[in-house]
Structure formats: structure tokens, C-alpha cells
Write a protein that binds this ligand. Structure first.
Ligand code: CUA
Length: 312
């Protein structure tokens, strides 16, 4: 079973601040409820109708002191909640300036593109981050409104076409944090998964270095045939593979596809068998996706899988 995310398992300073605020609000609410329950119980018992006494109790119409007290107490409670909320917002809210982001997140129907402007790395669906660092994310969309959400690491934030949003992202512990699109964006909204892979700075730097390597294009054998098919079939109209003429950004960048854990933004785990199934008919696994059924023959699928498997 997957563990509970969000406030139940905060794994970043931002999410810890949100969890603390939630617990404060719950504690204050329980305190108020307890006072009311005790007061009501006391009044019910203390002022219940006695067996002998049948007269009406004393009626009180207005008491200035009482009015002032029960106005000031809620004002004080709201002031405390306001202060707690402001200090939480200070931790969570990113700067509203033109600061260069560490990662640009672009929502597509139905996958995520991650661009690291400081290094030039371009990848999809799986975001690598160095642990313990506070990173600035810029959130965009290419088509409709999506919503970037990794519950253990931070709040939800909309990806809106023609508008940019910002988000702090960081992880306190190494690990894989799962997220998903949180705004209904079409039939495959549920298959727009996010994986945030938080690793040590050395591992992250090594990953980034590997991502920037331009792979050698095979010229012979079955993988060579696959590379050729990739350029002659419609694949290159949508995808990028660095070091080849394929440079389109309609679909995910496949330059280092074999390093990723999943295919199709989380619909299948990345394995030669699943890649084969996917290439035969992506629509079977992700109906409505922009990737069409290319009607490839057995030998064509085999060759393209051999080529893509080599993209490490
Ligand atoms: Cu993208 Cu829902």
C-alpha cells in the first residue's frame, strides 16, 4: 500500500509548515469545541427544571460586558490564526519577481515536460532534484489548465496556458515522491503522473551530466534499422532525440528514454516488453493520447524498441 502523502507525511520544509498550520487549526478547533460541549453540559444540568420549582428562571435582556467578552475572544482567535497563516505563507510562497527558475514545468495533454534552464537538461514525467535544496519551479501549460501536485513536497499549483505560476520545491529526504495532475484536463487526466526523484547532490549532478550526453546513433544492426525507421516514420514529427534530426517537442524528449522508470507518464513501467506493447498500439493504454497507432509491423516494432532501449 502506498503511504499517505500531504500533511500526513510532509517531506519538505514547505509541506512541514503547511502540516503545522493544519495541526494548529485542528487543535484550536478542538479546544473551542471542548469548551462549548462542557458549557452546554453544565448549563443543561445546572439549570434543568427542578421537581419542586415551577417558576420561570430569571430572564436577562442584554449584558454589555458579556457582549464585549464574546466579541473579543473570537477576534483574538482569528488574530492568532491570521498570524499563523501569514508566517506559513512566508515559508511557502515563492518570490513574485523575474528570478530565473531552477526547473520549468510544462503541462501537456497528458504528460509533463521538465526543463532545467541552468544546465539545458530537458526531460519528461520524472523530475530529478538534489535533496535539501530549495528550488524555484516555474509552472506553465501548452494547452489546457493542468495542476502540478506532489502531495508530500508542496501545495497544488495550476499550470495555466499563457500565464506562469511559481512554486518552491525541495525534499528533506532522498526518495521517489509520486504526484499527479490535479485539475481535470481531458480523458487521460488520471494518467498524467509525476515522479520526483530526490537524490544526493553528487547523484543529481551525475544524472544531469548523463542527460546532457548526446547519444551515439547506431548505424548498423537491428538498432540501426530502428534509428532509420524513427527518422522515416512519423516518430520524428513529435519527438526529440538529440544527435539526430528529430527535434520536435510535441511529445516527450526521448534522448535518454531508457533512464526513465515509466512510459506514457506513468501508464506502464519502462521495460522492453511494455515498450513493445506501447508501440503496437499506444491508444490501447492511453486512449486519446496524441501518439497514434502507427500500424507498425512486427519487425519494425522490434527494431524501434532495440533503438530506444539503447538510449541511456
Ligand atoms: Cu493534466 Cu489533469
Amino acid at each position: 500500500m502506498e503511504k499517505l502523502g500531504g500533511i500526513f507525511n510532509p517531506s519538505s520544509p514547505e509541506m512541514e509548515a503547511m502540516a503545522d498550520l493544519t495541526y494548529y487549526v485542528i487543535a484550536i478547533s478542538i479546544g473551542i469545541l471542548a469548551i462549548i460541549v462542557v458549557a452546554v453540559a453544565y448549563i443543561i444540568i445546572r439549570y434543568r427544571k427542578g421537581s419542586k420549582d415551577s417558576s420561570e428562571p430569571y430572564q436577562n435582556f442584554g449584558d454589555l460586558r458579556l457582549e464585549i467578552v464574546w466579541t473579543l475572544i473570537p477576534v483574538a482567535i482569528i488574530a492568532v490564526l491570521f498570524q499563523l497563516t501569514c508566517s506559513t505563507m512566508k515559508t511557502i510562497d515563492p518570490p513574485i519577481g523575474n528570478e530565473e527558475p531552477d526547473i520549468v514545468v510544462i503541462g501537456h495533454q497528458w504528460w509533463w515536460e521538465f526543463y532545467y534552464p541552468k544546465s539545458g537538461v530537458l526531460t519528461a514525467n520524472e523530475m530529478h532534484i538534489p535533496v535539501g535544496k530549495k528550488l524555484l519551479l516555474r509552472i506553465e501549460s501548452i494547452d489546457v489548465i493542468h495542476d502540478f501536485w506532489v502531495p508530500e513536497l508542496g501545495p497544488k499549483i495550476d499550470a495555466i496556458p499563457g500565464h506562469t505560476n511559481h512554486l518552491w520545491m525541495g525534499a528533506s529526504e532522498p526518495g521517489v515522491y509520486l504526484g499527479a495532475c490535479a485539475e481535470f484536463c481531458g480523458t487521460q487526466h488520471a494518467n498524467m503522473r509525476i515522479r520526483v526523484i530526490a537524490e544526493t547532490e553528487e547523484e543529481f549532478n551525475e544524472w544531469q551530466k548523463q542527460e546532457l550526453v548526446v547519444p551515439r546513433t547506431p548505424r548498423s544492426g537491428i538498432a540501426g534499422k530502428g534509428a532509420e525507421l524513427f527518422q522515416t516514420k512519423a516518430c520524428m514529427n513529435c519527438h526529440t532525440i538529440k544527435g539526430t534530426p528529430a527535434a520536435a517537442r510535441i511529445g516527450p524528449d526521448l534522448t535518454h528514454l531508457n533512464k526513465r522508470q515509466t512510459i506514457g507518464a506513468g501508464v506502464l513501467t519502462n521495460s522492453p516488453e511494455n515498450l513493445t506493447k506501447w508501440l503496437y498500439n499506444p491508444q490501447k493504454y492511453k486512449q486519446g493520447s496524441l501518439m497514434p497507432n502507427m500500424k507498425l509491423s512486427d519487425s519494425e516494432v522490434e527494431a524501434i524498441v532495440a533503438y530506444l532501449e539503447g538510449l541511456k
